[in-house]
Each structure stands twice: as structure tokens, then as C-alpha cells.
Design a protein. Sequence first.
Length: 322
Amino acid sequence: MPSVAGRWGPATVPAGGQLSEEKVVAVLDRYSPIPLHYQLRTAIDSRIDSGEWRPDSQVPSERDLCEQFQVSRITVRQALSQLVTEGRLVRVRGRGTFVAQSPFKKCLLPLVGFTQDMLARGQKPGAKVLKFEVTAATPNVARALQIPEEEGVIVLKRLRLANEQPMAVETVHLPERFCPGILQENLEDQSLYSLLRGRYGIRPTRAFQQWQAVACPSLDAKLLGVRSRSPVLQIRRVTYEAGGRPFEYLESFFRGDRYIFYAELQETGATVAVGDEETPAGVRGGGDPALDALRVMSQASDAPSSKGSAPRATRRETSTVS
């Protein structure tokens, strides 16, 4: 019986150029219960995974795919549309269809900053400062940082970049008394954590972090280069220093098509390190003000709308560094 994926022939793929392939007819399995458009989608997907079709390379035209696989244009369009929906391909009006950039994968543990994370991937980290000022702590920020309301906090909002491409909009709140004079620093392309370690002796050791899929606000969507209300990952985090004080409250919007978060899970009864203690896996600690603050903010954003929509489920993880 013929192969599902067939054979496409050797491909020469110049970086960022158009795919050039030998005209080899690839036969799909017409006797299989698997629809032809899904077989074609699988074949294209395998070429992307194998590296034969590189990111930013233009895929063959619909006519070429019809000839190579001996299928109708409707079948080709169904397969391509599925891959566009999944984020594997990108359509550019007036130019054609291209292989999408693969999203970065980030383990939820350990706790590292954006700069260190990008450097570890061989990417050039960068940032554009959008706001850098002192303001009064709001009730939510004060609760997260365990400081009085209206106390001065540093607000640093930046567009985070990887190889000049927008990845996230990040807003950090720091107690002003922890880092006097920080407004004189240039944080366009400097790691905040490195500055806090070197100048102020503040070393992040653990954090409570919350992830939630949300519709991106219009202003942030424009910065990220996505459509308004597009799905993004909203991240809220409270970070602690070695002495146990919370020193950072962070809110970020990450592009969902360029970042994947993953974690290793353990069965009930296993233990994971949380600070200096061991806690059963899957059991959240109680009584921590920062975790309570995240819970309050989550409940506020998850409150049912006037249309009676159900609140979203949330999951929180604890990150530690040594």
C-alpha cells in the first residue's frame, strides 16, 4: 500500500528563500480512512520538522503541490489552512505562504530572567524602555510586595526582544527603597536581574508565578505586532530575594505563537523544593501573602461577566533558584 506521506524529493532551501524541489510525484494513500487533506498536512508538517523546509522559506504554490501529490486544489487549500491555523505556516498577502518561525520552548523551572534565557538559546536579547518612573503602589501591587499602599515603587515597562523580534511586553514593579538611584540606569539592553545583583545585592531565589491565556489589550498588541484581542499568555509573578523579602512584582504579555511553556509533572505524594522546605507535589502552600495577592488578582480577572460566563481555571507553579 502506498506511503501516507509519500516522497517529495530532495529539497534545496536557501535561508529565507523559496523552496526548490525536484518534480517528484508523491502518492498519498487513497484507500486509507485518513482524509487526503490530513495526509497532505502530515506530509508538509514532517518536512518542517525535519528541517527540509526552513523558517521564513516560501512553500511551493498550490499548483505545484497539486501536481506533486496528485490531489485537487481544494485538498491543498484545506491542508495549508490547517497548518496556518496551527501556526506552522504564515500567509503574507501578495507574496505567498511561508514556513513560520518555531516558538521558543521554556521550562517553568528554574527561575531565570529573560536576558539569560535568550542568551542560553543563542539569541540576542534586547529591550525598548516604554516607561521608567516612580509611582505610588496600588493596593494589588502593595499586597504582592508586602509594602504599605501609596509607598513609592519603581515601574519599568519594556518591550522584550529576541534577535530584534518582539516577544513580550513586561511591566516590573520594585519597591523604591530597595533600589535607590536606579532611574539613572540605562535598561534598554541591560539585564535587570544582573543590575540588582551587582549594584544592590538583590539575588532572586524563588518566585510564585501564574499563567493565563487572555485577549491581548490593543496597545500591547500593537507593540507585539499582533491583532488586537489576539490570544496571548499573561504572566504574573512575585519574586523573592535570598532574605525572603518580595522585591519584584511582574506582569507580562507573551506572544503565544513564539513561546511555549512546559513543566515536568510528578504524581501525588512526590515532593518538590519550595524555598527551604519540601511540599507535596500539586499542593499549594497556604498563608503566603504573595500567593494570596496573585489569587486575589486572578479572581478579579476571572469574575463572571454580565453575560454570565464561567470563570477560568488557573494553575500556579513555584520556581526556585540555587
